[in-house]
Design a protein around this ligand. Structure first.
Ligand SMILES: Nc1ncnc2c1ncn2[C@@H]1O[C@H](COP(=O)(O)OP(=O)(O)O)[C@@H](O)[C@H]1O
Ligand code: SF4
Ligand SMILES: [Mg+2]
Length: 367
């Protein structure tokens, strides 16, 4: 199966339960004080070929756990995964692992400081037999250029790069093995806003030029507004809404998404790294509320919400919501103030006017 309508990645009913370690007191008294923490609780999600799909939700909602399950670094407790319409086996071979690559929030922790860029790329290109040995250098330069770095970066070490450049390097490393899916877990959350805009631009370019399918994780909606074609919203281990980006912003059909969209004007350009935090009792994955998991914080909750757990269902073409009242929510009023969300063109102009170029690596700090 490889039709154009087959999603490149499909997750169905993915659950991930962590068992906490017993406390010292419980170990001494041999009582079992462990509790199950359900980080993912039946996640359904499809990544379409060639799209940027944003995954957004508060800290602790399970975004990174889902990323790890998709990339195969942790196994789900239940549920199934398909890649290109084929089931993904519990233990992935080298090729299956190669095809889904991950980029992390902190590029430095994912790059070995003692290995030069040339060695890092050479090792990967040869291990995965991407090109013959004679073409390794040319391929390495091509990869660096693809992410906006120059050939001279080959001789440098990760510590010699700025934060934004390290993220470019991490992206080049992920691309080296020619994946068809890139999972980016908050790749700009730790960067300055001006650098953020350039990295967002890079993702948009890679999607356009390479036809890459990208799952882009962020903790607020402002970051992904201009990058993603679709948005999936996560709450307490579940996907609660999925829609095309414009539709999601104009007509959110889940009260949690409405709160996320409403929060955008507060995410001023200088504070886009700020995390969206909803008022009310923060949810705990140890104790998921009965009925709709959002009901204790929901301004639209009715009695049924405390007993019925809503499934993620189609509410309009291409628009899914897990809300019992999705069809009778009042019209959505608030529209984000466009001047206050991140406009990449504005930020880029600002960058050119006010900031020096991203500092380039300096040879003097070579280890
Ligand atoms: N290895 C782990 N062991 C136990 N609990 C974990 C582990 N990883 C994540 N969690 C818990 O799972 C929940 C989801 O975490 P995470 O996936 O990191 O969320 P997010 O990326 O959205 O912030 C959190 O409550 C977190 O504490
Ligand atoms: S089902 Fe009820 S509590 Fe849940 S989001 Fe919809 S209105 Fe709110
Ligand atoms: Mg995370």
């Amino acid at each position: 199966m490889n039709g154009t309508t087959t999603p490149v990645l499909r997750a169905a009913g993915i659950t991930k339960t962590y068992r906490s370690r017993p406390s010292l007191a419980a170990r001494v008294t041999r009582t079992d004080s462990r509790a199950d923490l359900r980080a993912l609780d039946g996640v359904d999600l499809e990544l379409r070929r060639g799209e940027v799909l944003a995954l957004v939700g508060e800290s602790g909602s399970g975004k990174s756990t889902l990323a790890k399950v998709l990339v195969g670094s942790t196994s789900p407790s239940a549920g199934s995964l398909e890649h290109d319409g084929e089931p993904v086996p519990a233990s992935r071979g080298k090729d299956a692992s190669r095809r889904i690559q991950m980029v992390f929030q902190d590029p430095y922790s994912s790059l070995n400081p003692r290995i030069s860029v040339a060695s890092m790329l050479r090792e990967l290109l040869l291990l995965h037999r991407v090109v013959p040995r004679s073409q390794v250098r040319a391929e390495s330069v091509r990869l660096l250029n693809l992410v906006g770095l120059e050939e001279d970066a080959l001789d440098a070490y990760p510590s010699q790069f700025s934060g934004g450049q390290r993220q470019r390097l991490a992206i080049a490393r992920a691309l080296a093995v020619r994946p068809d899916v890139l999972i980016a877990d908050e790749p700009v959350s730790a960067l300055d806003v001006s650098v953020q805009a350039t990295i967002l631009d890079l993702f948009a370019r890679l999607q356009r030029d390479l036809g890459l399918s990208v799952l882009f994780i962020a903790h607020n909606l402002a970051v992904v507004q201009h990058l993603s074609q679709r948005v999936a919203v996560m709450y307490l281990g579940r996907i609660v809404e999925v829609a095309e980006t414009g539709e999601l912003f104009a007509n959110p059909r889940h009260p949690y998404t409405r709160a996320l969209v409403d929060s955008i004007p507060r995410m001023r350009a200088g504070s886009v790294n700020e995390e969206f935090v909803l008022e009310g009792e923060p949810p705990s994955p140890y104790d998921v509320p009965a009925g709709c998991r959002f009901n204790p914080r929901c301004p639209y909750a009715v009695d049924a919400c405390r007993s019925v757990d809503p499934a993620l269902e189609t509410v309009a073409a291409g628009h899914l919501s897990a809300c019992l009242r999705a069809a009778d929510l009042p019209p959505f009023q608030s529209s984000p103030d466009p001047a206050s969300s991140i406009d990449r063109a504005d930020v880029r102009e600002e960058l050119l006017e006010e900031l020096p170029e991203e500092p380039t690596h300096t040879r003097s700090t070579a280890p």
